[in-house]
Design a protein around this ligand. Structure first.
Ligand SMILES: *Cc1c(COP(=O)(O)O)cnc(C)c1O
Length: 387
């Protein structure tokens, strides 16, 4: 075994001993809120295809059509030859959807967050950064890349944020607040109105990650920033969750987008997203505003699932969306329950540290518009039998 492989084997053994070793399992999305895994059909409570768009015929058709028209690849990064009419038209469509002056497409949400944040911080010397404790790993990656220490506020505790802004923010030349609008592992919402008011009072820029709100919440699925239109400096989101495709967007002022084109390494040094991806996004943006019935259904399923979990004695935190945690606590117990549910025909992934804080391992239950009430009741009965 090579020197490298033996070191890696030792590192894997440490992960294994901590009970945190993970492995890949082939899974395919199937219609009706199902997935196929190892030859079995499971009711899927784990994927982020909230609106069922990943397999929608219009997305598939447009991905094919744009591939036939423009080719399989985009040829280069955006600043070289990778910018097509399709990119520019789609960016205008995204800006119209989010009601901002401009928008920019990134290859992924991770890439966007990890590289936009250092770009912003480079233009804000001496900045004081304030981040919700539960922001996504990609935003932490951006902060780490920039080498900037953040002041973390307790999750969704805006009193705590205000104390930190007053104590640590006022002496700094600039301030930046980072949050998600819907938190990925808890399914709860940030109070964007109050965040916007705090940002205004303390002259802070506000960065909101709408990965889990885009398509699902707000009028026409425009996300929660619709509540505070015009008061958020930077909003990003992904096309990979409710929009059923792949890639991410950043939306904000024209100056912001012009700056990111010149400064975000994940945009500059990465090949432009290809036509198939753009076609799927374009189709999703045509469909999402009209999917109000699906959004209403998802909200009702969320209520039903939370009521059922509550009756079984599970803590579902402050969830008020299509993401509903059933907090178990110890990793081992969360994993064991997930395994028993899979045997019973339900995919309900256990989420454990480091993705969530120690002692809060959970089933992260995710609703899809194609689920029926009977699917939710079936899951609850299986949880009751398996716990
Ligand atoms: C999924 C997710 C991302 C990353 O987006 P990808 O397009 O999957 O890379 C970023 N932020 C949040 C909150 C997410 O849940």
């Amino acid at each position: 075994m090579s020197r490298l492989d033996s070191l890696l084997e030792a590192a894997l053994a440490r992960i294994e001993r901590a009970g945190q070793r993970r492995a890949l399992r082939a899974t395919a999305l199937a219609p009706g809120g199902r997935v196929l895994r190892e030859g079995r059909e499971l009711v899927d409570f784990s994927s982020n295809d909230y609106l069922g768009l990943a397999g929608h015929p219009l997305l598939v058709a447009r991905a094919r059509e744009w591939t036939a028209r423009y080719g399989a690849g985009s040829g280069a990064s955006r600043l070289v030859t990778g910018t097509s009419d399709a990119h520019l038209e789609l960016e205008a469509k995204i800006a119209a959807f989010k009601r901002t002056e401009a928008a920019l497409i990134f290859a992924s949400g991770w890439q966007a967050n990890a590289t936009i944040i250092p770009a912003l911080l480079a233009a804000m010397p001496g900045v004081a950064v304030f981040a919700d404790r539960l922001i996504h790993a990609s935003m932490h990656a951006g902060l780490a890349m920039a080498g900037v220490r953040q002041h973390r506020f307790r999750h969704n505790d805006l009193d705590h944020l205000e104390v930190l802004l007053a104590e640590k923010g006022t002496a700094a030349p600039a301030r930046l607040i980072l949050t998600e609008s819907v938190f990925s592992m808890d399914g709860d919402r940030a109070d964007l109105s109050r965040l916007a008011a705090l940002a205004e009072r303390y002259d802070a820029a506000l960065f909101v990650d709408e990965a889990h709100a885009t398509g699902v919440l707000g009028p026409g699925g425009r996300g929660l920033i619709a509540e505070v239109e015009g008061k958020i400096d930077l909003v990003m989101g992904t096309f990979s969750k409710a929009l059923g495709g792949f890639g991410a967007y950043v939306a904000g002022s024209r100056v912001l987008i012009d700056y990111l084109v010149n400064a975000a390494s994940g945009f500059i040094f990465s090949t432009a997203p290809p036509p198939a991806v753009l076609g799927a996004i374009d189709a999703a943006l045509d469909l999402v505003p009209g999917m109000e019935a699906e959004r209403v259904h998802l909200a009702a399923l969320g209520e039903r699932l939370r009521a059922g979990l509550g009756a079984l004695g599970f803590d579902h935190g402050a969830s008020s969306t299509q993401i509903v945690p059933a907090v178990i606590g110890p990793e081992r117990d969360a994993l064991a329950l997930s395994v028993r549910l899979e045997a019973a025909g339900f995919l309900a992934a256990a989420i454990r540290p480091p993705t969530v804080p120690a002692g809060t391992s959970r089933l992260r239950l995710v609703l899809r518009a194609s689920h029926t009430e009977a699917d939710v009741d079936g899951l609850l009965a299986a949880i009751k039998a398996a716990r």
